[in-house]
Design a protein around this ligand. Structure first.
Ligand code: B1N
Length: 839
């Protein structure tokens, strides 16, 4: 019987049964045991930590689903404006601990599972990471989803459900080796398969042009291939709220009757091959960070994902029976980098070809709907697609791209007549052999707002890659939203002891949702008792990391040494190479000291971690060099505990949760103007770690917040980079002498066969040192000495550490998300009420 015709008794019965589970320990234990014995088909006697994890996860998931249903039901009814965050990467890491903390049930679950014979820490450790991202860009998306839910914004994420996330890294004879991350091996309790939501996605074929009944020329895409997009929903609970948002991830499947031609020809093998090709689309995450590979499969991924997401968004909009002109009042779509830019073209196609709107009206709707975040200025990361490849896969979309470009350039020409160079520079199409589509230009033209991710970066894009566009559109279209991180995961969860101390000190845990309240800690900077507790927690975190290092790397390090950390993707612009070169310099210096002098050396553990893209030869050599140096240094009795070098393999989110709280100093040392923002810098400082860094990305704003006495800054400034490059190229500036000494040591064979490292060393040839390692080297060494000296003065150090945490409020992703909501998306919070009624 239809729901609207139910008699009162039926509704009453539903309402009586439709009650949220109580949160007492017995109800929780019952639900755990229920999942062990039924869902997992196990018994108490053959349970292990992993089974316990699965059962706790399933039990928590039941609660998430209830909240998810409430949220989505109430949102459907009220139908407020929503934001859709399109990101090819969501680097969520583990979910269980986060879900329990956000639900406010961590303690009672810990107690519950404890009485059932398991330790919560072991259960938490049994979960593997959801690693559907490369680095910061994907982790940022995850932090934003947490903030959107916590701030009760109506928001959905859209992404791809890769079968293989970022590869697992092992170190074999010092080299990186990559292994597939088949993360779905043991099922994933955090996703809800929506097998009923299956959307056909088309590729290839040709375009049919015809005159409609009014004599207007219209176009219809007659596709040649089809696949299905299946939805998997990942609930994202907010902290301390009933709201539970959704990330919808698409998986590709073959269409049931896929290729009729092969089928009709009786070519079974060919039709199976087609089916396999269809599944391949969402098989693997491309492991490149900040570089573009230009592979056809990647373009297929991008279209598959944007087309499925738009279909879903449009379907939801159409339910409300509003006029198309209302679309931008109901829908905001944020493009996380250029990867989803095809969504612009796809929406224009839907509106013009399928909904029969005229071009200009459609384009107005499109541009009012989309906004675009740029995350990089590196030329190698700029997405371009070859026109012939694009035409084969998306023939109708290519026509639309050319039309968008034509109309756009006509307008530019009108404003700035007779400037062919300008048109060439601004064109969406690059005149190369073959022609290329510049996705960043398309994203700018199709969006109403464009933002960079830190103040310096936003200024840089206005002055460089988008300069002409700023002149044409005016500067209002180009804004800054400095990145942020979620305090829920990066302090409350990862450093729970510190979190408890902060709550106790401030007298409330309100800071978890309002990070500016940390300012209250400034009053405690000189409080000796507080300082002692603060340092005791840092030390405990260092002990935990030392144990992990012993276990994973077999290296013994002292928690009393200064822990110096650089963990991030390995990339030339991030200059891990410069770091290890300075370590070599330190090593050589220590070796030259008398025993008396050695007594004054500040012991240091230099910790590296990070993955290199599998095809990035030079970056992989940096890993090899770090491991070769570590091998020699760690075994040199003349050095002992004064210097240890560690490369922790397979850096990922859950490792970061152990490493970040344990650092004394972390390094964010990119050449000025190359790191768009960085977000790990924020995580370290929030946890009371100091920064050694350049005037780049968000470091600059961190300095502004915490004060220059609490950060170690060195190196050239962004506006000096061009002149420095010119000078070394054309004026023969000699190499830094200390650097010369270091290179000579490598070339002498101090760290394995020097031939191995020749390609790496040659990147420093005078005139070719693009990332300016030589130019910055002297000031880098000085900054390192300043770190040593400051760390020796522990009384002052602890004050710096407290001031760091106290002044990081700005970098909460809650602040970032609010800026997007107010200035770009124009959406308002929608509070889900816990009414526990079916309607
Ligand atoms: O985005 C982060 C920033 O904090 C980092 O500074 C920035 O490097 C990073 C293509 C990227 N920019 N571009 C990428 C990743 C994958 C890919 O396929 C580009 N990642 C960044 C968050 O704003």
């Amino acid at each position: 019987m239809e729901r609207s015709k139910w008699p009162k008794e039926t509704i009453d019965l539903w309402n009586r049964l439709y009650k949220k589970d109580a949160a007492d320990i017995e109800t929780i234990q019952k639900s755990i045991v229920h999942h062990v014995t039924t869902t997992l088909a196990r018994a108490a006697y053959n349970m292990d930590n992993f089974t316990a994890y699965q059962a706790v996860a399933l039990s928590a998931r039941d609660r998430l689903i209830a909240q998810w249903n409430e949220t989505q039901g109430q949102l459907s009814k009220a139908d407020p404006k929503r934001v859709y965050y399109l990101s090819l990467e969501f680097l969520l890491g583990r979910s269980m601990d986060n879900a329990l903390l956000n639900l406010g049930l961590k303690d009672v679950y810990a107690k519950g599972i404890g009485q059932l014979g398991f330790r919560m820490e072991d259960v938490v450790e049994s979960e593997s990471d959801a690693a559907l991202g490369n680095g910061n860009l994907g982790r940022l998306a995850a932090c934003y989803m947490d903030s959107l839910a916590t701030l009760e914004y109506p928001a959905w994420g859209y992404g791809l459900r890769y079968n293989y996330g970022i590869f697992q890294q092992r170190i074999i004879e010092g080299y990186q080796a990559e292994f597939p991350d088949y993360w779905l091996n043991f099922d994933n309790p955090w996703e809800l398969p929506r097998l009923d939501i299956s959307i056909p996605i088309y590729f290839a074929g040709h375009v049919h042009s015809f005159q409609d009944e009014y004599g207007v020329t219209r176009h219809k895409w007659v596709p040649g291939q089809s696949v299905q997009a299946i939805a998997y929903d990942v609930p994202i609970p907010g902290y301390d709220t009933e709201n539970c948002n959704n990330i919808r991830l698409w998986r590709s499947k073959p269409t049931r009757v896929f290729d009729l031609t092969s089928f009709n020809e009786g070519n079974y093998e060919k039709s199976v091959e087609d089916a396999t090709q269809a599944e391949k689309i969402t098989s693997v995450l491309y492991p490149n960070d900040n570089t573009m590979a230009g592979k056809e499969l990647r373009l297929k991924q991008q279209y598959f994902w944007t087309a499925a997401s738009l279909h879903d968004i449009v379907r939801r909009f159409k339910k409300s029976q509003r006029d198309w002109s209302d679309f931008p009042e109901q829908v905001a779509i944020q493009l996380n980098d250029t990867h989803p830019t095809l969504a612009i073209v796809e929406l224009q196609r839907i509106l013009v070809d399928e909904e029969q709107l005229n071009w200009d009206d459609a384009w107005e709707i499109v541009t009012r709907t989309f906004a675009f975040t740029n995350h990089t200025v590196l030329p190698e990361a700029m997405e371009k697609w070859s026109v012939p490849m694009f035409e084969y896969l998306l023939p109708r979309h290519l026509q639309i791209v050319f039309d968008i470009n034509l109309f756009f350039l006509q307008k530019v020409e009108k404003r700035f007549p007779n400037d062919r160079e300008l048109l060439k520079r601004m064109s969406i199409i690059e005149e190369a052999q073959p022609q290329q589509i510049r996705m960043a230009h398309l994203a700018v033209v199709g969006s109403h707002k464009v933002n960079g991710v830190a103040a310096l970066h936003s200024n840089l894009i206005r002055d460089t890659i988008f300069k002409d566009f700023v002149e044409y559109y005016g500067s209002d279209k180009f804004v800054n939203v400095t990145n942020g991180i979620t305090s829920r995961r990066w302090l409350n969860q990862a450093n729970h002891k510190l979190s408890e101390l902060i709550t106790e000190t401030l007298g409330s845990d309100a800071w978890i949702k309002d990070l500016d309240l940390l300012k209250g800690l400034n009053k405690k900077v000189d409080d000796k008792v507080f300082q002692k507790k603060w340092m005791a927690i840092k030390r405990a975190n260092k002990v935990r990391l030392a144990e992990l290092i012993k276990e994973r790397c077999g290296i013994e390090v002292s928690p009393d040494a200064l822990f110096d950390v650089q963990v991030k993707r390995i990339h030339e612009y991030k200059r891990q190479f410069m770091n290890i070169l300075a370590v070599i310099h330190r090593y050589r210096t220590i070796k030259s000291l008398t025993p008396a002098q050695k007594a004054n050396v500040q012991p240091r553990v230099v910790i590296f971690g990070g993955k290199a893209a599998p095809g990035y030869y030079v970056a992989k050599l940096v890993i090899k060099l770090i491991n070769s140096v570590a091998n020699v240094v760690n075994q040199d009795p003349a050095v002992g505990d004064l210097l240890k070098v560690v490369f922790i393999p397979d850096y990922n989110v859950s490792l970061a949760e152990v490493i970040v709280p344990a650092s004394d100093i972390s390094q964010h040392i990119s050449t000025a103007g190359t790191e768009a923002s960085g977000t790990s810098n924020m995580k370290f400082v929030l946890n009371g770690g100091l920064i050694l860094g350049t005037m780049d990305g968000a470091n600059i704003e961190i300095l502004e917040e915490i004060g220059e006495d609490n950060i170690f800054i060195f190196g050239c400034l962004a506006h000096e980079v061009e002149d420095l490059r010119y000078a070394q190229r054309y004026r023969g500036v000699p190499m830094d002498p200390a650097l010369q000494g270091v290179l000579a040591a490598i070339e002498k064979g101090t760290f394995e066969d020097p031939k191995i490292f020749q390609p790496l060393i040659s990147t420093l040839t005078i005139g070719k040192d693009y990332y300016l390692i030589s130019a910055d080297f002297a000031s880098y060494l000085r900054a390192n000495q300043a770190v040593d000296a400051a760390y020796k003065d522990q009384d002052e150090w602890v004050k710096k550490s407290i001031r760091c945490t106290a002044n990081m409020g700005k970098f909460s992703s809650d602040r970032s998300v609010k800026e997007y909501a107010d200035n770009i998306w124009h959406i308002k919070p929608f509070k889900v009420v816990d009414n526990q009624q079916i309607d």
